[in-house]
Design a protein around this ligand. Structure first.
Ligand SMILES: NC(=O)C1=CN([C@@H]2O[C@H](COP(=O)(O)OP(=O)(O)OC[C@H]3O[C@@H](n4cnc5c(N)ncnc54)[C@H](O)[C@@H]3O)[C@@H](O)[C@H]2O)C=CC1
Ligand SMILES: O=C(O)CCC(=O)C(=O)O
Length: 376
């Protein structure tokens, strides 16, 4: 594993918008993790833990800072009483995972004493957190056999589908996806399910993933369904002529370079932090590409993991996830009315929600009822 100790960066400057950043080091298990807590106005910080073979310590830090900030907005958008947090484990998810590593990680999460709840993200699976759960109750997103809500990618993928329908409604005045064309980047836990939903809706899909097996699997499914699925080479996905680009892999993929290649009407996908720079939102607007803010589109997962802390209920999760549709329509309307980007409109709506709660948080009551359901 790379030596991450020779970096000289101004940590306090980097984390100037964050409440807390925790560096976790356990040489015995090889755990190197960073937990970032962005804002706890709405409640304890919550966000998945990503495991990735980062090229440098700074890349990992930048990722966790940006992702945790996004979670503050995602929680506000989903109207859940949690704040923004996220964590990254530096390592190769295909080689470096051990039960001990996830137990050690659980001990660090526990040391935050309820300020941070976590679960899966890219590179981690529900089962990894079963090990962490032995050390901390602050796990949101356990398998069903542990009384958790189960796979989060299921509601996340539904959220993406509802979002696509909201965008379709704006573009064409109806939600019919028959014959519409979708370029999907990433066929992992979320992307694969989105691809299946779209095939079932009668859409044509163009797909790419660095893992060729998963591409082959969706092509096989499309053949069984008698639908069209075309495999595309990795970076060619940006120039596919389609109605939608559906990013379901990594962040930062929407930038000045890729925007030039895009031949789609809308971008609607689950990947966190799709825009490399916020200015890209304006470039998209000028190009007439409707961007559905990623943190709203992908909020089905947190809707489920936060709901699970109140005892899991799949019907309730689905009902809450459907609300994504209406929120997106509100965002698009606001952006249109004020001639601003959709991300500016979404941020404003979320910021208003956070400020409203900050006001209510100061209300004093001697026997305050617990606001957050904590597993005991
Ligand atoms: N799992 C969930 O419930 C949620 C996931 N997200 C976000 O959605 C995205 C996908 O998440 P998951 O499906 O859970 O992750 P995953 O790790 O299961 O899948 C990611 C897929 O993307 C592929 N991939 C990676 N780099 C790629 C590239 N450059 N080009 C093409 N494919 C590439 C991987 O091979 C993998 O199949 C991530 O950005 C994640 O943060 C957001 C909210 C909830
Ligand atoms: O799985 C979780 O704990 C929360 C989901 C999450 O991190 C996300 O929505 O990006």
């Amino acid at each position: 594993m790379e030596d991450f100790t020779n970096n000289s960066i101004d940590l306090f400057d980097k984390m100037k918008n964050h409440e807390q950043v925790v560096f976790c080091n356990d040489p015995k298990t090889g755990l190197k993790a960073i937990i970032a807590i962005h804002d706890t106005t709405l409640g304890p910080a919550l966000g998945g833990t990503r495991m990735r073979n980062y090229a440098s310590f700074e890349e990992a830090l930048d990722d966790v800072l940006k992702l945790s900030e996004g979670m503050t907005y995602k929680c506000a958008a989903a109207d859940v009483d949690f704040g923004g947090g996220k964590a990254v484990i530096i390592g190769d998810p295909t080689k470096d995972k051990t039960p001990e590593l996830f137990r050690a990680y659980g001990q660090f999460v526990e040391s935050l004493n309820g300020r941070f709840y976590t679960g899966t993200d890219m590179g981690t699976e529900l089962e990894d957190f079963v090990h962490s759960y032995k050390e901390t109750n602050c796990i949101a997103g356990l398998p069903e056999e542990y009384d958790g809500g189960g796979e989060t990618s299921i509601p996340t993928a539904y959220g993406v589908l509802y979002s696509i329908k909201a965008v379709a409604n704006v573009l064409w005045g109806n939600e019919d996806l028959t014959g519409r064309r979708f370029a999907i980047q990433g066929l992992g836990k979320v992307g694969f399910k989105v691809a299946e939903h779209l095939l079932n809706e009668g859409a044509d899909i163009y797909v790419t993933d660095i893992n060729e097996d998963t591409v082959k699997k969706i092509i096989d499914i499309s053949e069984q369904l008698g639908r069209k699925a075309v495999a595309v080479k990795n970076d060619d996905i940006y120039s596919v002529e389609a109605d939608f680009l559906v990013p379901c892999a990594i962040g930062g993929i929407i930038n000045e370079q890729t925007i030039n290649q895009l031949q789609v009407k809308a971008i609607t996908g689950a990947a966190n932090n799709q825009l490399l720079h916020k200015e890209s939102a304006l470039t998209l607007k000028k190009k007439g590409i409707l961007y559905a803010p990623d943190y709203i589109v992908s909020s089905g997962g947190i809707i489920q993991v936060t709901d699970e802390l109140y005892t899991p209920n799949k019907k309730r999760v689905l009902a809450k996830t459907k609300a994504i549709y209406q929120l997106l329509l509100e965002v698009f309307e606001e952006a249109d009315k004020r001639d601003i980007t959709t991300i500016e409109a979404a941020n404003q709506i979320c910021q208003n929600r956070i400020e409203a709660r900050r006001d209510r948080n100061s209300f004093f009551s001697p026997k305050k009822r617990r606001k957050w359901q904590i597993r005991h």
